[in-house]
Design a protein around this ligand. Structure first.
Ligand code: ADP
Ligand code: MG
Length: 307
């Protein structure tokens, strides 16, 4: 079992739209219920967690959602100012206020990724840099989609290599060591039971090994349809469909068979994921527009065993 509760940093990634934010928030709820001081850190530029709880978050700041659950939408500018202030005090503040410096930072490839990962690492640190801030037991990172998430995970090592010596190299190495340590950092891969998201999950496996020498600790397959008919029942339904003249019965049987076919196709996709680790399935939830606290709590129940 993955025992995510024992880690400090858990990155949740996968293809766009598969349910990364949903899974990160649901895991956050489950962890907070366990008694862990938890934060969902969104790198996607959204504030889905706060939104789901009806809280308006100030950009780049930590907000409290429930007793032990917090959220932050990590903002590059904010993270950079914080870092410069902590490292260089007044000189850092002057740099942070300088337009030329901002332009330089934005133009440096990988700088955004480095600052984002640096910030989530800071949230998980034993001693917080932010004055007066308390450490978290668990930081759940609502990471960007696969390719960008891998870029972010690679950034600390890349910068350490380029800088070689000095504070950036040192910091880069420290963060990279945390990311590579399976006792401290885990990656949760989220997929839908469809061809493209499953293919992307398989690619993530390879990319992750390459980036931080880890395998995904957990693979979540989100929005799975139930398989309501067994093979014999499906055959019976198909025969009944042939035989019936009744329009309502016809429509009902067709709907049942088409759902059965979709669920079957989903099974084939889940099988492609293999069983190391065994995929954890979440049900498709019928809800209006976006999932609210009640649906998130249902998903949190399902994810609880992963902690
Ligand atoms: N298990 C589910 N059942 C039904 N809808 C879901 C489920 N998981 C996510 N959704 C919905 O799918 C959409 C995409 O989910 P989201 O978590 O935002 O994906 P991502 O962060 O990967 O882009 C959202 O509208 C969300 O409410
Ligand atoms: Mg998202």
């Amino acid at each position: 079992m993955a025992a995510l509760a024992d880690k400090r940093l858990v990155f949740v990634t996968g293809k766009g739209g598969v349910g990364k934010s949903t899974v990160a928030i649901a895991l956050g709820l489950a962890a907070a219920r366990r008694g862990l001081r938890t934060i969902v850190a969104e790198l996607s530029g959204q504030a889905r967690a706060a939104e789901a709880f009806g809280v308006k978050p100030p950009s780049g700041e930590e907000v409290r959602l429930t007793d032990r659950l917090h959220a932050i939408s990590v903002d590059m500018e904010h993270a950079m100012e914080e870092y410069l202030h902590e490292r260089a005090g007044r000189v850092g503040d002057l740099l942070a206020a300088s337009r030329a410096f901002h332009a330089f930072a934005h133009a440096t490839p990988g700088m955004r990724e480095l600052l984002s990962v640096g910030k989530v690492w800071e949230l998980a640190a034993e001693r917080r840099r932010v004055p007066g801030a308390q450490p978290y037991d668990l930081v759940l990172v609502d990471a960007p989609a696969t390719g960008h998430a891998l870029g972010a995970l690679r950034a600390p090592a890349t910068f350490a290599e380029i800088a070689r010596v000095g504070p950036i190299a040192h910091q880069g190495r420290t963060i990279d060591a945390t990311l590579r340590d399976p006792a401290q950092t885990a990656v949760v891969a989220v997929a839908l039971p469809e061809e493209m998201p499953v293919t992307e999950t398989l690619a993530l496996r390879r990319g992750l090994r390459d980036a931080i020498g880890q395998e995904p600790a957990v693979v979540v397959v989100n929005a799975c349809l139930p398989q309501r008919l067994g093979p014999r029942q499906a055959t019976t339904a198909a025969q009944a469909l042939e035989a019936t003249d009744d329009r309502v019965a016809h429509a009902a049987l067709r709907a049942a068979l088409s759902q059965h076919a979709r669920a079957g196709a989903q099974r084939e996709q889940v099988a492609r994921l293999g069983d190391a680790p065994a995929p954890v399935e979440l049900p498709y939830l019928f809800a209006s527009a976006t999932l609210g606290p009640a649906e998130l709590a249902t998903l949190a129940d399902r994810l609880e065993p992963l902690l």
